[in-house]
Design a protein around this ligand. Structure first.
Ligand SMILES: *Cc1c(COP(=O)(O)O)cnc(C)c1O
Length: 406
């Protein structure tokens, strides 16, 4: 089978071979690395050591202290622990019940906030600019005496725009409000340091930075109060469950690699993304780039192809061996326009035509060139089936808003 071209790195990344190598001994019983890290004997101490080394690597990448890192099963668990954990402890201490977030968060954050809202919490969903940026002034205005948490993502998974987290962090600190950021799309791609950002809680996930699936971490600044999601003694009472040693070792290795290689890898990915983008804008008409062209994480490019259904485009490109997405992986299967694109005011018909290309470290120049041969053909084939496109070509456009280029 021909090798696939994988442009869906925001959904998940392939495991880095070096990470796999670090994990393999933990699959091999003869290596005697199967002990429970909580066990007192030597076998337990071996895996305890591995878990603590990984914790140090995670901490180092985000410039935190290892004691401030807990391991979780995924990014969603990290987000949920941060949000529910702070909300429930505030309830116990009879503090306020108000949470501030944005309308472009990942579903796990939005669903969590909706859930808390149903249980009686008050939630403010802040709007974003047409480029997808939150105004720190809006955060300032939304804070009330009863605000117990602000949760705003570092970069958006669909359009890639980076939020002014450091500015928001200052505002939260001035007001004494705990601040959580979902940094799952930035850790390993751009410098993401907890003190520079001024965050109290930060989520990251292994499989978004060339580590394994099924492992994540949550940074909890010393002194931040929160309840656990799973109750028990592990992770100093902050997350029960016998540690996923192999996954944790993988996450540690991925963070170590990211620290070493981030600068050059990100520069390479930016270059690939830009040449793909330029090629598409040159070869395809009636196409619009969504989000902020400048203020963006390296690999992400979200296009709205006018007169095309994003879902159709994803399926056709897949048949050609190119894996892309309409937005977040979690939203696929539904033809509902993305909540992110609606929040930045992309008109319905263009939001339906959105396709996300997310490039990563393992993509090549050859793949970009090959896909630039395929993409224009796929778009014109889809358009040839569209009566709206026929109207557009005939100059009798009445039914859709014409897209703007660039
Ligand atoms: C992928 C992702 C998540 C969820 O992480 P999982 O490890 O898949 O649970 C949350 N937020 C953002 C921004 C993501 O990209």
């Amino acid at each position: 089978m021909k090798k696939k071209i994988y442009f869906d790195n925001n959904a998940t990344t392939p495991l880095h071979p070096e990470v796999a190598k670090a994990m393999l001994p933990y699959l091999d019983a003869s290596k005697e690395l199967y002990g429970n890290p909580s066990s007192v004997h030597m076998l337990g101490q071996e895996t305890r050591k591995a878990v603590e080394e990984a914790r140090a690597h995670v901490a180092e990448l985000i410039e935190a202290h290892p004691d401030e890192i807990i391991f979780t099963s995924c990014g969603s668990e990290s987000d949920t622990t941060a949000i529910k954990g702070v909300a429930f402890q505030a309830k116990e201490r009879k503090k306020g019940n108000h949470i501030i977030t944005t309308s472009i968060e990942h579903d796990t954050v939005l669903f969590c906030c909706d859930y808390l809202h149903r249980l009686g919490w008050d939630v403010t969903f802040l709007p974003v600019t047409p480029l997808g940026i939150v105004d720190p002034e809006d955060v300032k205005k939304a804070i009330r005496p009863e605000t117990i948490l602000v949760t705003i993502m570092h970069a958006n998974n669909e359009i890639g725009t980076i939020q002014p987290i450091a500015e928001i962090g200052k505002i939260c600190k001035e007001n004494g409000v705990p601040f959580h950021t979902d940094a799952i799309q930035t850790v390993g791609k751009i410098p993401t340091h907890v003190n520079d950002l001024g965050v109290d809680l930060l989520s990251l996930s292994g499989h978004k930075l060339y580590g394994p699936k099924g492992v994540g971490a949550l940074y909890i600044r010393k002194g931040t109060r929160l309840h656990p999601l799973f109750h028990g003694h592990h992770e100093r009472n902050r997350r029960a469950g016998t540690e996923n040693v192999m996954g944790i070792v993988g996450l540690g290795a991925a963070c170590q690699l990211a620290k070493k290689n981030m600068k050059e890898e990100s520069a390479k990915v930016v270059q690939l993304r830009d040449s793909l983008e330029q090629g598409i804008l040159e070869k395809v008409s009636a196409v619009h780039l969504n989000g902020d062209k400048k203020n963006r994480i390296p690999g992400t490019s979200n296009f709205s192809f006018g007169y095309v259904e994003g879902e159709g485009c994803v399926v056709m490109l897949d048949l050609e061996g190119i894996a892309v997405s309409t937005g977040s992986a979690c939203a696929s299967g539904s033809t509902k326009a993305s909540h992110v694109l609606r929040a930045i005011g992309v008109p319905g018909n263009l939001a339906q035509g959105a396709v996300r290309f997310s490039l990563g470290q393992f993509n090549t120049k050859e793949e970009v060139l090959a896909s630039l041969e395929v993409i224009p053909k796929v778009i014109s084939r889809l358009r040839s089936l569209s009566p709206l496109w026929a109207d557009h070509v005939a100059g009798v456009e009445t039914r859709v808003t014409p897209p703007t280029t660039k």
